[in-house]
Design a protein around this ligand. Sequence first.
Ligand SMILES: C[S@@+](CC[C@H](N)C(=O)[O-])C[C@H]1O[C@@H](n2cnc3c(N)ncnc32)[C@H](O)[C@@H]1O
Length: 222
Amino acid sequence: MRAYYAARATYYDLVYLKPERTQDLAFLHQHIPARLAGRSVLEVACGTGYWTQVIAPRVPSMAATDWTPEPLTFARLRPNTENVTFSEADAFALPTSLGLFQAAFAGLWFSHVPISARAAFLRSLHARLGPGSRVLFLDNSEEQCDELPIVERDAEGNTYQHRPLPDGTQHRVLKNFPKVKELEALVATQACAVQHTQLDNFWLFEYDLNNDACPMTPPSAP
Ligand SMILES: C[S@@+](CC[C@H](N)C(=O)[O-])C[C@H]1O[C@@H](n2cnc3c(N)ncnc32)[C@H](O)[C@@H]1O
């Protein structure tokens, strides 16, 4: 994954120029910053900072993290990100030195998390968030498979694409398309105000971590 995204960093943003994504992106450019406005935000797997530059102007402060140095180099050059601290961080081991936040965002990241590692990722993320924090995950819909078909499925159900790059290399990339029920089950005891929005090219999953105003949903009786 790191080698693949390091190699793609210089032209990664082309994914946002696909004409069929224009309408979804117009909605997301409004919706995402509106939902995070006024909160300190931790961004995970920020890549080249495409969403960082959209969110930063609406929030007091932001930490944008990625585990690969090459895309971060581009993210640091984004305009209007003076209130953003960029750093290398593994999404599965977000360091306490980042601090505590009131919201989190991850774009096109959750689909790369192995099924067996989802809970560990959420533990790492939620440990950096205060009660009542808002979380947004944006990702690709299965529409993407028209261009990049699923070519493998492993024993735990993770799916893989073979992605060619212009330099002639081919990369085996884990890319999952989680069902709404799987996402809801993952956060069921920790979150409220859970929303899933299906767009043509993307899905968006949003929730608020429990606090007094939004108490934990008790698990149903066995
Ligand atoms: C599809 S890109 C998403 C970039 C950006 N968030 C966006 O929406 O355009 C996935 C990113 O995940 C990063 N990544 C891979 N493994 C990671 C890890 N363990 N922790 C944090 N980021 C990771 C890659 O470097 C890459 O920038």
